[in-house]
Design a protein around this ligand. Structure first.
Ligand code: C2E
Ligand code: CA
Ligand code: CA
Ligand code: CA
Length: 278
């Protein structure tokens, strides 16, 4: 018994070490990732659930690590937030997404906006507004083609966030609340922020049709969104049943593996080409 416990302890502590070694290596690697061009953006289309048209495109970061291969952003974005590296990484993402959108405009690809995820840490950076304006100016991109996805956590610093959001809105940038329903946003404040769109988190969508309570929640978010004049988008749609449910409840826009996974820019172009001719 005692021996067993000893072994367990050893196993336990070495696996903890394993985690922290990986974490350290990822942290160090992340510093170099930008420099060595290991970061790239994938794009996932968003569809009108009434017309089937593409009405948006979300940029999602990918990291191709020389040893570990593709590391999930759910693993490295929190590390980047901890270390502050999210600020330079976020700048790169914003610039790269705007550059891509501009390239698509030049190629005559329809005018859907590009949506960029913005971490709170990045959003609260003193130079965020300035930097965003500078990127749009430098690239010559219409601000209406840029959408920023922020989470409800910005409401922790409501006064400052409200100021930043109003500045961005004045610039003409579109704003959406990501992962809606998972945070603790106060509805009375939400209403006073210049938000265009709310994204229902995939954790709710994926419980349709398995949990009636989650179905009710999705319905309620859609109704609230419609009443407050937001565009409501559901993410993580994987099944025809989920799509049907969302359509029946008047959700305007959808995104998910059912339509398309996130893809590199050239595959998105092929996809758009196929859909045009097909
Ligand atoms: P998110 O913003 O909520 O993005 C949705 C995630 O769901 C993405 O994961 C996307 O690939 C995935 N997804 C899309 N459709 C489906 C589906 O039908 N089923 C399932 N199971 N998943 C689906 P990804 O790309 O791994 O990103 C994870 C998170 O990392 C994102 O969640 C976002 O919070 C963060 N992230 C990604 N790119 C960036 C970035 O450029 N900057 C920042 N700050 N965060 C990012
Ligand atoms: Ca997002
Ligand atoms: Ca998110
Ligand atoms: Ca989400």
């Amino acid at each position: 018994k005692a021996k067993e416990r000893g072994n367990n302890f050893q196993f336990y502590s070495s696996s903890l070490n394993g985690i922290s070694v990986r974490k350290m290596e990822l942290e160090n690697g992340l510093r170099k990732a930008l420099e060595f061009n290991q970061l790239m953006l994938y794009y996932q289309p968003q569809f009108s659930l009434t017309t089937g048209e593409i009405v948006g495109m979300e940029a999602l970061i990918r990291w191709d690590h020389p040893e570990y291969g593709f590391v999930s952003p759910s693993e490295f974005i929190p590390l980047a937030e901890e270390t502050g590296l999210i600020v330079p990484i976020g700048k790169w993402v914003l610039r790269e997404a705007c550059r891509q959108r501009k390239d698509w405009s030049k190629a005559g690809i329809a005018d859907f906006p590009i949506a960029v995820n913005v971490s709170v840490r990045q959003f609260e950076d003193d130079h965020f507004i300035e930097y965003t304006a500078a990127v749009l100016e430098e690239i010559g991109l219409d601000a209406g083609l840029l959408e920023l996805e922020i989470t409800e956590s910005i409401m922790q610093n409501l006064q400052r966030s409200s100021y930043i959001l109003h500045q961005l809105e004045r610039m003409g940038v579109l704003l959406s609340i990501d992962d809606f329903g998972t945070g603790y946003s106060s509805l009375s404040y939400l209403n006073r922020l210049p938000i265009h769109k709310i994204k229902i988190d995939k954790s709710f969508v994926q419980d349709v049709p398995f949990l009636v309570s989650q179905e009710m929640l999705v319905k309620t978010i859609i109704d609230m969104g419609l009443n407050l004049n937001y565009i409501v988008i559901a993410e993580g749609i994987e099944t025809g049943h989920q799509l049907e449910f969302l359509r029946q409840n008047d959700c305007a826009v959808g995104q998910g593996y059912l339509f398309s996974k996130p893809l590199p820019a050239d595959e998105i172009e092929m996809y758009l080409e196929r859909n045009k001719s097909g």
